[in-house]
Structures are given as C-alpha cells and as structure tokens.
Design a protein around this ligand. Structure first.
Ligand SMILES: Nc1ncnc2c1ncn2[C@@H]1O[C@H](COP(=O)(O)OP(=O)(O)OP(=O)(O)O)[C@@H](O)[C@H]1O
Ligand SMILES: [Mg+2]
Length: 248
C-alpha cells in the first residue's frame, strides 16, 4: 500500500489477528488536499486501517510511508511530528479541563521530547478559532454536549498542525442539522488549512457529499475506490457492501 508524495503511501499492507486477516493486501495512495471517505460493513477493517496508518497497530506485512518515510516502529508522538493526527469515534475529552486546556494538550503533544512549549498556545488559539470554539474556550469541557465534545477533539487534533487527519465516525450520534454543520466545518478546515482528511463513516450519503473519493472496504480488501457518484452507483457496492437500506 502506498501513501503519496509528502503524505502517506502504503505498499500492500496486510494485518492479521491470529487466523483472521483484518486487512488483506491493501494498496492505497492518500492524495494531498483530498477528503477521502472510507465506508464498509461492520468488521470490514476500517478501524484496523486507521490504526495501522496512525501508529497504533503495526502491519503484519507491507509498508506505510509518510512523505516517503517508512513509519514502521515509530512512536505516537513521532507520527504527530510527521503531521499525522486522528480523532476517535467516542470523543476523548479531558472532563476536568477547560475547552482551551484540552486543545492546548493537543498543541503540546507535538512538542513532546523537544523541550519548551514554544508556539503551543498560539497553535491552540488558532485551532479554537478555526473550529468556532473561541467564545467557549474558558468553559469546562465536562458540560459540553456531544457536538461540542467532537469540536474540542477536532480542535485538539488541529492544534498539532497535521497534514493528514484521520477521523473515526465523526458524524455518529449527530442529528441531520448537526451532520450538515460538522461536515461543513471539516470541508472549511480542509480548504483553509490544506489538511488532507481521511473520514471513516457509516453515514454514506453524508460521506459522499463530504468526500472527493470514497473507499469501500470489504473483508479487509478494497472493494471500490472512486468518485462518490461512481461508488454509489456501483451495483456491486450496493449489493455486497452496503445494502440498499443504507443508501436510502
Ligand atoms: N485486536 C483485535 N484482535 C482480534 N481481532 C480483531 C482485533 N481488532 C479487530 N479485529 C477483527 O478484525 C476485523 C476488522 O475489524 P475492524 O475493527 O478494523 O473493523 P471495522 O471496519 O472498523 O468495523 P466496525 O467499526 O464496524 O466494528 C473484525 O473481524 C474484527 O473482529
Ligand atoms: Mg471500526
């Protein structure tokens, strides 16, 4: 599997868990400045792909390259310094901290092992502004609703100044208006900060409106990778992967 240019490239990545092959010989280029949507049925291997790309899991075989560098064995803060960040399906927010302190934590993570915190507060300020959280910066994170917790987690990731940001089910649990608003925020961040997004999502309609390309994983392999309209029109994708109900 190959990840491209200054971003990521992976060469035929396989990840096994015992006898189970969760990712099967996947080759993928993630292109600069795109929003790549990843969908597929439960257990298709999406989270495994994300974990292999962001350093939480090692590939059983194959290579993951970020900007041409093989990332095998790198620690998490090294991924961060390479410009790779992620958000989680269930928002990971420090409840005992304010919104601002949460975002600053992201900014400082990039500086782990570097000594000194130069630039961290400015990065936090910029991330708060970019995600529309500036007015809530002093509030406790403990009282934040789901959408605000998602914004805080996104802001903390943005504060690490990523080139490539993976989001695991960012739209889950949101109502239709919130989905439109949060997807719009992701699009604006992509356009203004020139971050490449990889978005794992069950909500395929919203994902297809958000993404430049859609990848469908099925039993750990690439079933389709194309423009959203083409992927959604594919009979094979409809029948095998998504089911007609999910496209309704
Ligand atoms: N740590 C693990 N140990 C054993 N099996 C695992 C592990 N992690 C994932 N798997 C298995 O690998 C396959 C792919 O899992 P993965 O979590 O990547 O799928 P997914 O597409 O994210 O699915 P979903 O999020 O809908 O559950 C599944 O069969 C899962 O049970
Ligand atoms: Mg998953």
């Amino acid at each position: 599997m190959r990840i491209h240019a200054r971003l990521m490239s992976r060469d035929r990545v396989t990840r096994r868990f015992g006898a189970l092959t969760a990712l099967n010989d996947v080759t993928l280029d993630i292109l600069p400045d795109e929003i790549l949507g990843i969908a597929g049925p439960n257990g298709a291997g999406r989270s495994t792909l994300l974990n292999v790309c962001t350093g939480a899991l090692a590939a059983t075989s194959g290579r993951v390259l970020v900007g041409g560098r093989n990332v095998a064995g790198l620690r998490l803060h090294a991924f961060c310094r390479l410009g790779v960040a992620r958000t989680f399906q269930i928002p990971q927010v420090f409840s005992s901290m304010s919104v601002r302190e949460n975002v600053s934590t992201g900014a400082r993570f990039r500086l782990v092992g570097k000594g000194g915190g130069g630039g961290a507060e400015a990065a936090a300020d910029a991330a708060l502004k970019a995600t529309g959280l500036a007015l809530q910066a002093g509030q406790p994170a403990s009282t934040a609703d789901l959408l605000t917790r998602k914004r805080i987690m996104l802001a903390a990731a943005i504060a690490t100044r990523p080139q490539l940001l993976f989001m695991d089910e960012p739209l889950g649990g949101l109502n239709a208006d919130e989905v439109a608003g949060f997807a719009g925020l992701i699009r604006r961040l992509q356009a203004t900060l020139r971050i490449t997004f990889v978005v794992l999502e069950h909500k395929i309609r919203a994902l297809s409106q958000l993404s430049n390309r859609i990848l469908i994983l099925h039993f750990g392999a690439v079933l389709a990778l194309d423009a959203p309209a083409k992927v959604l029109a594919s009979e094979r994708v409809i029948e095998i992967s998504l089911g007609r109900r999910n496209l309704a």
